[in-house]
Design a binder for this molecule. Structure first.
Ligand code: GLU
Length: 283
């Protein structure tokens, strides 16, 4: 075999080039691996990280005895982790930071009272709807009969929520005060800083049940929107969307979805509600 001999200067340049090119290919390989699908990553690390609310009973809140985060959304997260055969890690999120947490890869899923709507579906993918509620108000008893009674009111809600947007549309003259989360808005109501708190009825019912002077407040039958909840998944992660959707559909057909609903919203719960929906495959 003939070997071409380069002068030593050229040879060291070639060596440098070879090292450089292999380094680049290693780095690209690593970065490609880092962008592998979220489902694959979850299986590899053996843990599903889910963004949840931690102060919204009965969806996600800290249990006084166990200090664990529990609730309806947590049971949904547990079902997905079980289906995947991996451990579950819960990370508290707010209405405002849940989508950035997802797109930055800090959580694999968001199961946090999140309404699925076309505007948000441009940013993230959603599972089939797994809960249905609608936006209402908590107000002092007997004060509000029609929406007009809140026309110029000060109304508390949470930053980054659909509640914040809907109320601005329904009551354009009202002064909307957006807090980091709903419990702060409830505190503002008790302190007389706002006349109403607005968000989804199922959340309001849970918050009202925990208010120390709850007899003084009520949720009038004034619904300003429908809010179907979806599990949010980073855009383009079809594998994970499929697992989440099949988990939800299996929960419905096995009766587990009914059981979870009954546990958190049934007649013996703090804030009973009727199950007016079924989980179905959506297009
Ligand atoms: N479901 C509404 C939303 O997704 C209100 C509840 C919340 O802020 O999480 O914005």
């Amino acid at each position: 075999m003939t070997c071409i001999q380069f002068p030593s200067k050229v040879q060291s340049k070639i060596q440098f080039l070879v090292v450089f090119v292999s380094l680049i290919s290693i780095l690209t390989g690593i970065s490609l691996a880092a962008h592998a699908d979220v489902l694959g990553d979850v299986k590899k690390k053996g843990t599903l990280v889910v963004g949840v609310k931690d102060s919204l009973p009965p969806f996600g809140y800290v249990d006084e005895k166990s200090r664990d985060i529990v609730g309806y959304d947590i049971d949904m997260a547990k079902a997905v982790a079980k289906k995947l055969g991996v451990k579950l890690e819960l990370k508290p999120v707010t209405s405002a930071n849940r989508f950035p947490m997802l797109s930055e890869g800090n959580v694999d899923l968001v199961i946090a009272t999140t309404t699925k709507n076309p505007e948000r579906a441009a940013q993230v993918d959603f599972s089939h709807a797994y809960f249905l509620t609608g936006q209402k108000f908590i107000v002092a008893k007997g004060k509000v009969k029609t929406l007009q009674d809140l026309d110029t009111a000060r109304i508390g809600t949470a930053k980054g929520s659909t509640s914040e947007k809907n109320v601005a549309t329904s009551l354009p003259k009202a002064k909307v005060l957006s807090y980091d989360d709903y419990p702060q808005a409830v505190l503002a109501l008790q302190q007389g800083k706002v006349q109403a708190v607005t968000t989804d009825e199922a959340i309001l019912a849970g918050l009202l049940a925990k208010m120390p002077n709850k007899d003084k407040y009520e949720i009038p039958d004034l619904k300003i929107s429908d809010e179907p909840y979806g599990i949010a998944i980073k855009k383009g992660e079809k594998g994970l969307v499929d697992v989440v959707n099949s988990t939800l559909l299996e929960m419905e057909s096995s009766g587990d979805a009914d059981k979870v609903f009954a546990q958190w919203f049934g007649p013996n719960s703090a804030a009973p509600l009727k199950r007016t929906f079924k989980i179905t495959a959506e297009k």
